[in-house]
Design a protein around this ligand. Structure first.
Ligand code: PBG
Length: 331
């Protein structure tokens, strides 16, 4: 040999035991948050598969309880709830109804599983007839979403979730100033210690397609580009995160996940708040579809994708794979 090879990366990859003790990032059950879709229905047996999201369902309250019971037995630590109300209107009234479907679901889950962390998504889009995340003037089909009048309604929704027993609220609407409005309302209503996980950096993404089927929240006209971020922008992401920190956010979320690992990493480097990543519906659907075709190994890709979030700097991962991950671990 002409020259010695000093660095031999292969030395530490030689056996699986060595690889195990040297692994830098490991996904644990407590890292994962499972999203559930709960439907307001008179049919206690309602369990409707979501076409584009194999393994995911719209669930009645009873079916939600059953599904969660199974997952808790496997080690589920936390959930985030999305609601599908029986009636929608222009002002998203069901979002802040104390007996709305999300509020009922929170009460049910906290009663049956006191240790489970129950997080609620705070937004209007599942509850408005126009499908936008904020208020629109009656008759306006140009899709102009009014920012400031929306804030009071989001705050009401957050307080109603808190009163129902939620452990944390997660505003996903992307109105400006909503974290401050929600923080103030929670404090004024006796919940100064209820954390806010802000969807701080949420992009106007095409990866949300399957979710909108699941949550029945597709905008009836226009799009979300005036409130959700342009996927091209990374510096603006820092500005959004900074605003939410100043307004009182406790956890910063980035959404979607895999196409935005650079943003997760940038937030991790710049700020000391816990960072969460949302591996969204479209990401889940792509992996499931490729796996169903036999094109990839579904479980292996799931684990690799979840590990990538940890490596990028996320502490929490909101993912529809949570139950799959727990099942795999319990095998
Ligand atoms: C509500 C909301 C959305 C998602 C989470 N909260 C949809 C949207 O903004 O259109 C998407 C989640 C997913 O795709 O898995 N605003």
């Amino acid at each position: 040999m002409d020259h010695p090879i000093f660095f031999r990366g292969r030395r530490l990859r030689k056996t699986s035991a060595l690889r195990d003790i040297l692994r830098e990032n490991i996904v644990q059950p407590e890292d994962l948050v499972m999203p559930y879709f709960v439907v307001e229905t008179d049919d206690p047996d309602f369990k409707k598969p979501i076409g584009a999201m194999p393994g995911q369902f719209q669930l009645s309250l009873d079916q939600l309880e059953k599904q969660v019971a199974g997952a808790v037995a496997l080690g589920l630590r936390s959930v985030i709830l999305f609601g599908i109300p029986q009636t929608k209107d222009a002002r998203g009234t069901e979002a802040y109804n104390m007996d709305g479907i999300v509020q009922q679901a929170v009460r049910r889950l906290k009663e049956k599983f006191p240790q489970l962390i129950v997080i609620t998504d705070v937004c209007l889009c599942e509850f408005t007839d126009h499908g936008h995340c904020g208020l629109i003037s009656p008759g306006d089909t140009s899709g102009t979403v009014h920012n400031d009048p929306t804030l009071a309604l989001l705050a009401r929704a957050a307080v109603s979730h808190a009163k129902a027993g939620a452990d944390m609220v997660a505003p996903s609407d992307m109105m400006d100033g909503r974290v401050a409005a929600i923080r103030q309302a929670l404090d004024d209503n006796g919940f100064p210690e209820l954390p806010i996980m802000s969807y701080a950096v949420k992009f106007a993404s095409s990866f949300y397609g399957p979710f909108r089927e699941a949550a029945e929240s597709t905008p009836q006209f226009g799009d979300r580009k005036t409130y959700q971020m342009d996927p091209a922008n990374a510096r603006e992401a820092m500005r959004e995160a900074m605003a939410d920190i100043e307004e009182g956010a406790d956890i910063l979320m980035v959404k979607p996940g895999m196409p935005y690992l650079d943003i997760i990493h940038a937030l991790r480097e710049a700020f000391d708040l816990p960072v969460a990543a949302y591996q969204v519906s479209g990401e889940y659907s792509m992996i499931k579809a490729a796996a169903a075709n036999g094109w990839i190994d579904g479980n292996a890709v799931m684990l690799e994708s979840l590990t990538a979030f940890k490596r990028a700097g996320a502490k929490l991962i909101l993912t529809y794979f949570t139950e799959d991950f727990l099942r795999l671990r319990n095998q």
